[in-house]
Design a protein around this ligand. Structure first.
Ligand SMILES: [Cu+2]
Length: 179
C-alpha cells in the first residue's frame, strides 16, 4: 500500500467511527516452543505503533547467556525450526540491528539479543522501526520468531548465532481496547 492510500484508509476508518488506530494497527502474539524437549518456552507480544512494531519477548527455560532473536521468513516451526526458513529479508539487505540500522540496512526482524539469567528467564523489549504487523512490504504477521542457541554478533550473513532452540509463529490477535 502506498503511503497515500494508507492515509486514506486511516481517514476512512475514522469517518466510519472505528478507532483510527485500531483499524489498521494490529496486535500479535507468538508462543515460543522448544525445538527440543525439555527446553525454552516463551511468549512474544507485538503491536503496531507509529514508530514501528513494538516487541516484548519473555523466555523461561533457556540456557543462561545471550541468545539472538530474529523474525524468519515462514510461519512454520516444523523440523526443529528449520521450516521457518532464513531471516525475513524482503529487500535483500545485510544483516544488522534494525533499531539502529533501519530496514534499509538490516533485516526487518533483526532485533538483537535477549539476556537470559541463571534461572533461565529473560526479557527483551525493542521497537522495530519501519516494520508493521498488518500489511505492506515489511509486514511480519504470519512469519515466525526464532530464538538461537548463541548470541548474535551482527556479522554477515545472519549473525553467527548457531542453531534454533525456540520458535513461534506470529499470529494476529484481538486489539486491546479500553472500551
Ligand atoms: Cu535467526
Amino acid at each position: 500500500m502506498k503511503p497515500g492510500s494508507m492515509w486514506a484508509a486511516g481517514m476512512a476508518a475514522m469517518a466510519m467511527g472505528i478507532g483510527a488506530a485500531a483499524a489498521w494497527a494490529e496486535n500479535g502474539l507468538a508462543v515460543i516452543g522448544s525445538t527440543k524437549e525439555p527446553g525454552v518456552l516463551g511468549t512474544v507480544t507485538l503491536q503496531d505503533t507509529p514508530d514501528g512494531v513494538a516487541v516484548t519477548v519473555q523466555l523461561a527455560g533457556a540456557p543462561p547467556g545471550q541468545h539472538a532473536v530474529h523474525i524468519h521468513q515462514y510461519g512454520d516451526c516444523a523440523r526443529g525450526g528449520e521450516a521457518a526458513g532464513g531471516h525475513f529479508n524482503p529487500e535483500k539487505t545485510p544483516h544488522g540491528f534494525v533499531p539502529k540500522d533501519g530496514v534499509t540496512s538490516a533485516h526487518p526482524g533483526d532485533m538483537g539479543n535477549i539476556d537470559v539469567g541463571k534461572d533461565g528467564s529473560g526479557s527483551l523489549t525493542v521497537t522495530l522501526p519501519g516494520v508493521i504487523l498488518g500489511s505492506g512490504p515489511f509486514s511480519v504477521g504470519g512469519r515466525s520468531i526464532v530464538v538461537h542457541e548463541r548470541a548474535d554478533d551482527f556479522s554477515q550473513p545472519t549473525g553467527n548465532a548457531g542453531g534454533r532452540i525456540g520458535c513461534g509463529v506470529i499470529v494476529l490477535t484481538e486489539p486491546m481496547t479500553s472500551e
